[in-house]
Design a protein around this ligand. Structure first.
Ligand code: FE2
Length: 320
């Protein structure tokens, strides 16, 4: 293509497409200029892109790309797209008739050496959107109406997590629980909302983080650290009462402490998670690595636990 280049990276069921503009007047160049690096398209596999598109548009979604087929020697793929918050879109992809590496126009390459071996990333667990103050409910209703999703009700103490995180969050989920879209808006809390900061620097609503699931978080995070990925630091005091809070888990608490991995438990089970620093200097997009054992939550208990850990350290310094 004359105005852009794209690279496709995959590992198990995770697939990321990185695109950059080749000309100053490319829409990709303009997007990167106004938002920095960010997520533009959260694409969804569907059995029938025309039908998914038709239903979404009929229920009020705005059309971005009408259904069409693209093809090459490997077969054909049907694509269509609709708009969501900010400048983001959802592309519907049906690829049952396609056997190529990704989409027509893309070729597989081992130019940079042998194919990578992977580090245990399995699939995309959830993709979180930040929207403006007062707009969360609008987008919750959008996903209910246009996509037939339902709100995942979980049993954290929402008032407590809101107080400590300064954000309000609702989670939209498809029928199988495979696709999860938490939506955040800023809230009054103990500190300035991180959502407000995101909206300032991103220039409007967009994707805050992409969570990648692993079945061996200790191994995955170790590999990522060795390869230079930087994670948020966890205060040592967080681990003082972690075992009492979370109980028996099948990894070593020492490994969690050493790597800064967080843990949380609810009625259904537990989860382990860690957040990267933002992917660039603008405080916008970051990634999460998550390992689930029954819990369908998002680590809400960690907001309060992290806050209390910071206060314990503050108290030790005599400043509380
Ligand atoms: Fe998350």
């Amino acid at each position: 293509m004359r105005d852009r280049a794209s690279y496709v990276l995959d590992q198990n069921d995770v697939r990321l497409v990185l695109t950059s503009g080749l000309r100053p007047d490319s829409e990709i160049t303009r997007f990167a200029c106004s938002h920095g690096d960010g997520v533009k398209d959260v694409a969804l596999t569907v059995p029938n892109a025309t039908e998914a598109y038709r239903q979404a548009v009929q229920r009020g979604a705005r059309s971005v790309v009408e259904p069409h087929w693209v093809e090459d020697d490997f077969g054909r793929v049907e694509l269509a797209a609709i708009a969501t918050y900010g400048e983001n879109i959802h592309t519907f992809v049906s690829r049952d008739d396609y056997a190529g590496p990704y989409l027509p126009g893309y070729t597989s390459t081992t130019e940079n050496g042998a194919p990578a071996t992977g580090i245990g990333l399995q699939n995309i667990d959830h993709v979180v959107g930040n929207v403006e103050l007062g707009r969360m409910e609008h987008w919750v209703e959008f996903y209910e109406r246009a996509f037939g999703m339902t709100e995942l009700i979980h049993f954290s103490d929402e008032a407590i997590s809101t107080e400590y995180s300064a954000l309000m969050s609702k989670v939209m989920m498809d029928g199988e629980g495979k696709i999860k879209f938490p939506i955040n808006e800023p809230a009054e809390g103990k500190r300035k909302s991180q959502i407000e900061e995101y909206l300032d620097f991103y220039g409007g609503p967009g994707v805050q983080h992409v969570a990648l699931a692993t079945d061996d978080i200790v191994g995955t995070v170790q590999e990522l650290e060795e390869r230079g990925l930087r994670f948020l630091k966890t205060p040592i005091a967080y681990y003082d009462d972690l075992e009492d809070r979370v109980g028996e888990i099948d990894v070593d608490y020492d490994d969690l402490r050493r790597l800064g991995i967080l843990a949380d438990r609810d009625e259904e089970g537990y989860l382990l998670q860690i957040f990267t620093k933002t992917a660039q200097d603008r405080p916008t997009l970051f990634f999460e690595i998550i390992e689930r054992h029954g819990s369908r939550g998002f680590g809400e208990g960690n907001f309060k636990a992290l806050f209390e850990a910071i206060e314990r350290e503050q108290a030790l310094r005599g400043n509380l």
